[in-house]
Design a protein around this ligand. Structure first.
Ligand code: NAD
Length: 299
């Protein structure tokens, strides 16, 4: 049976480093701060937001959380983001998606200062990733890359199949694998023969949001299977896109749901927020250092 890639255990290691970096920043008077905005009453979104805020609190990051009703206007939301863009205590801004239909989510994401876009969804950050100079990597695919590295899965020259082409998971996942040297196939709902692609892959990343989409007959023996999906079964239990019980008998490595990609996604959000704070502090230092030098305050 496959070796489990444990997202909880790996998260613990990475989060300890996040907490140490946050503490160092706090000592320098720059406690990393994340602002989370939730519009509407999507129950899954409410859970994600709560978990993100809790993770901040547990690792020495400051966080604020705005909850607005479903009829909150786009203009009000843009005005709030503008305030947060200028708030020096906030280094990361996250607008929980999906937004209600009357709000243009592209417009909202573009309103976030690129330097505070810790989700990595702003066109400037998406473009930076596309052109091979990533700044903020989108948290879910970033977490998957760390899991692959931790499990020592060879990426250079590997055949990788990504199922799902969203801006949040599938597309950036494909780009990160490409950056790491994999040969990447990006499959989606219009793909004619999904199994024909997955069957020859060394690595399969399932991010379609379809329960039991990836079955054992679709997986090459020894392949690495990463399950990004978050679905509910008939009993309301959390499950992924992979038929875990069967696929684990064929795969070489596999991630569970829960306890796989989910915790790593939040961990990488903390990493990006700490990084944003470090960059903000460095920018302040760069701006003031010449003055301090000119005035003879520093040697
Ligand atoms: P999405 O709905 O935006 O995109 C789904 C993609 O899957 C689409 O590109 C679609 O073409 C493709 N797809 C759907 N059915 C398919 C099929 N039968 N065969 C092939 N492709 C198919 O979703 P998303 O935001 O990319 O999220 C995907 C899944 O990952 C969801 O279950 C979501 O809940 C989960 N997710 C998990 C995390 C995490 O932290 N674990 C983070 C983000 C999303």
């Amino acid at each position: 049976t496959a070796t489990l890639i444990n997202g909880n255990a790996l998260s613990k290691i990475v989060r300890a480093d996040v907490a140490a970096r946050a503490a160092t920043l706090a000592q320098q008077g720059c406690r990393p701060g994340l602002a989370v905005i939730l519009v509407g009453d999507n129950p899954a979104s409410a859970v994600y937001v709560r978990n993100k805020v809790k993770a901040c609190e547990e690792h020495g990051l400051h966080s604020s959380c705005d909850r607005y009703p479903a009829n909150f206007s786009e203009a009000e939301l843009l005005a709030r983001i503008e305030m947060l863009n200028r708030d020096p205590a906030i280094h990361g801004i996250l607008v929980q998606l999906p937004l209600p239909a009357h709000i243009n989510s592209h417009k909202v994401i573009e309103a976030i200062a690129a330097a505070k876009d810790v989700d990595g969804f702003h066109v400037a950050n998406a473009g930076a990733l596309l052109t091979g100079q990533p700044r903020f990597r989108p948290c879910t695919p970033y977490g998957v890359m760390i899991m692959l590295q931790a499990a020592k899965i060879p990426l250079s020259g590997a055949e990788a199949v990504v199922i799902g082409r969203s801006n949040i998971v599938g597309k950036p996942m494909a780009l990160l694998l490409l950056e790491a040297g994999a040969t990447v196939t990006l499959c989606h709902s219009k793909t004619r023969d999904l199994a024909a692609h997955t069957r020859t892959a060394d690595i399969v990343i399932a991010a379609a949001g379809q329960r039991n989409l990836l079955t054992a007959d679709m997986v090459k023996p020894g392949a690495t299977v990463i399950d990004v999906g978050m679905n509910r079964d008939e009993a309301g239990k959390l499950c992924g896109d992979v038929d875990f019980e069967q696929v684990k008998e064929v795969a070489g490595h596999i991630t569970p749901v829960p306890g796989g990609v989910g915790p790593m996604t939040i961990t990488m959000l903390l990493v990006n927020t700490v990084e944003a704070a470090e960059q903000a502090l460095a920018a302040v230092e760069r701006a003031t250092e010449p003055l301090a030098r000119a005035w003879g305050v520093i040697g």
